[in-house]
Write a protein that binds this ligand. Structure first.
Ligand SMILES: Cc1cc2nc3c(=O)[nH]c(=O)nc-3n(C[C@H](O)[C@H](O)[C@H](O)COP(=O)(O)OP(=O)(O)OC[C@H]3O[C@@H](n4cnc5c(N)ncnc54)[C@H](O)[C@@H]3O)c2cc1C
Length: 570
């Protein structure tokens, strides 16, 4: 197994030099660094070592009982004991308050170190957040303390055999008993952290239809369905299958059968028929976390690959010195760091919103599908490049490199496939918004382009400018297609449009990174620091020249064809 190594310097550079979170978070820079440093040590020592081990051990279903990888137990206990679960939550509930950016970095470190492991507390946090936001006081008092200590876990149950992307097709039912509780009946599939022996109880949040519920998502309500009822008796919910998967083998992905004996009890959380909007509290978080999973694994696998390429000798020199390998490494690094900047920029928007800036909520909505889909698509390619750079050892399991690709691929599928993200981005976040947020972001991009230090990157800035013009043309073309009700033609290009937008916003964030690095270059105190700042400039130039350049083709494919491809027969 390759030795764990994190680029803490680049994380700190993003937080404290580019985003300057110390100026608006009310927390001292050193205190935030201490938390991140400690978290990183914990992930290196406790969580990373069971990454490949957990992959081999897997999840078992035997005699109705689900067991997770045995190697996960001890580190998970320490994870809760050391307070890492509570990061970002208020002290009143036993948490460790931090800016969102800092808790996002901690999430990233954990997801990079071991994504299957990270998903157990990750799902618990998601379920707990819904309870904190829309639960009754009684529900909060009952569930939150037990979830904070790690006694109880959580899951989100939307998907059914006939209802995947089309969540509104769900047929699970909830029938009122008359005492305020409901009898649940149905089958949910692919449920992450759906069962196991890590927790005494699993608190399932289940979307179901009450009698008279309208068809589609409008008729769905959200229910709390504990695996073990509050009186200590087993609820009638059983894991009837553990999925065999391409990756995340340490994750218990379960088929759950509710009410096969007619005795599965659930309680409503939030208002009836507002289930989908309440579930979106969890899903929006989970979508960002998909982006984090990809960013985190992309960054870690880059660091491991760089180390390998510095040691592996072929033709009398380390392979990092062969131009093609060097190119691949810069490609991986610039993309991995671009994803990091994108995720941290978005996390900072949450902090600004929390600080009272209401104007950023549209930007959060705009960036969420980009974080989810762009990072998962591109992060997967970083993992593929890592395999290639390791040669035969990348394809074999010895170094644990191929596992990154296997574990990362799912991020393009769950929490709404990337195709669904592209529709959400194009229709809701751009067209329905009359491109208002797109223009807000465009104005920010132009502001960065006008900075005096940007003059040092004339060619790259000019290319970003051309992309802004193309973006405008695409939005106009989409607007005209929408007016003509030519939705199929428009949606045919949605995925390319999201990729185009991801390349554009990442180039902008990399420009800001390069500007800050160029400002600091002259005052670098040692060669290592100087090399780092230079690497940020290289990353930006490379990103524009080798990644943003793809937008020429993408925009041409969206704008340039007179013939409407969407009418073609497959
Ligand atoms: C490992 C794993 C863990 C999961 N964890 C959870 C969980 O914890 N909870 C939960 O509820 N679910 C979970 N899921 C389910 C996951 O969210 C669904 O698999 C996903 O939403 C896609 O649904 P589907 O698999 O039925 O694919 P489908 O909906 O059948 O989609 C198949 C393809 O068609 C495309 N497609 C479908 N509709 C459209 C459209 N309108 N326009 C364009 N393209 C379209 C999709 O993009 C996709 O490429 C998990 C799945 C897996 C594999």
């Amino acid at each position: 197994m390759a030795q764990y190594k994190t680029d803490l310097r680049d994380i700190y550079f993003n937080l404290f030099n580019v985003l300057k979170i110390q100026d608006h978070s009310g927390v001292a820079e050193n205190d935030m660094k201490d938390i991140i440093n400690e978290c990183n040590k914990f992930m290196e020592k406790e969580v990373y070592p069971c990454r490949t081990l957990g992959d081999h051990e897997g999840v078992q279903l035997k005699d109705g009982k689900v067991t997770v990888p045995p190697s996960f137990h001890a580190p998970m206990k320490k994870f809760y004991e050391n307070g890492w679960y509570g990061i970002g939550y208020p002290e009143e509930i036993g948490g460790m308050p931090t800016p969102h950016t800092v808790s996002m970095v901690c999430q990233s470190l954990m997801n990079g170190a071991n994504v299957s492991f990270a998903m157990y507390p990750g799902l618990a946090r998601g379920a707990m957040d819904v309870i904190l936001q829309v639960g009754s006081q009684e529900q909060k008092d009952t569930f939150v303390p037990n979830m904070m200590t790690g006694k109880w876990g959580g899951s989100m149950c939307l998907t059914e055999p006939g209802a995947g992307s089309d969540v509104g097709a769900a047929i699970t039912t909830a029938t009122p008993v008359g005492d305020g509780t409901y009898k649940m009946k149905g089958i949910k599939i692919f449920i992450s952290s759906g069962d196991g022996d890590l927790y005494e109880n699993v608190i399932h949040l289940v979307l179901a239809r009450t009698p008279g519920g309208a068809p589609g998502t409008k008729g769905l309500s959200l229910f709390i369905v504990p695996k073990i009822r509050l009186d200590g008796k087993a609820n009638d919910v059983r894991c009837t299958k553990v999925e065999e998967k391409m990756g995340i083998h340490g994750q218990a992905t379960c088929e759950l059968t509710f009410g096969s004996n007619g005795d599965c009890i659930g309680t409503l959380i939030g208002k009836e028929f507002e289930g989908m909007q309440n579930m979106f509290i969890l899903m929006n978080e989970a979508r960002l976390l998909c982006g984090v999973q990809a960013e985190a694994q992309g960054n870690l696998v880059y660091m491991l690959t760089e180390q390998y390429a510095k040691e592996r000798v072929q033709f009398g020199k380390e392979i990092i010195n062969h131009p093609d390998v060097k190119r691949t490494l810069v490609k991986m690094r610039s993309m991995a760091r671009a994803m990091r900047s994108l995720i941290l920029y978005t996390a900072d928007l949450f902090d600004r919103q929390h600080g009272g800036d209401k104007s950023v909520s549209d930007e959060i909505a705009f960036f969420t599908p980009i974080c989810k889909a762009y990072c998962s698509d591109e992060g997967f390619m970083v993992a593929i490049d890592a395999i290639q750079t390791h040669g035969g050892y990348g394809f074999c399991t010895e170094y644990g490199i191929e596992q990154f690709a296997r574990d990362l691929k799912i991020a393009t599928i769950y929490e709404g496939t990337n195709g669904i993200q592209a529709i959400d981005f194009t229709m809701r976040k751009v067209l329905k918004d009359n491109a208002k947020t797109f223009m807000t972001v465009g104005a920010k991009i132009q502001k960065s382009m006008m900075k005096p230090e940007a003059q040092a990157f004339k060619d790259e800035v000019a290319m970003i400018g051309k992309n802004l013009e193309k973006a405008q043309a695409i939005v106009q073309k989409f607007g005209a297609a929408a007016q003509a009700n030519n939705m199929d033609a428009l949606l045919f290009h949605a995925t390319n449009f999201l990729a185009f937008s991801g390349n554009l916003v990442c180039s902008w964030l990399m420009l800001d990174n390069a500007i800050e690095a160029s400002k600091l270059l002259g005052s670098a105190s040692n060669q290592e620091e100087k090399d780092y700042y230079q690497s940020k400039i290289v990353d930006f130039k490379f990103f524009v020249q080798q990644q943003l350049v793809k937008n020429v083709a993408l925009s041409q494919s969206i704008l340039g064809f007179s013939e409407d491809l969407s009418s073609l027969k497959v």
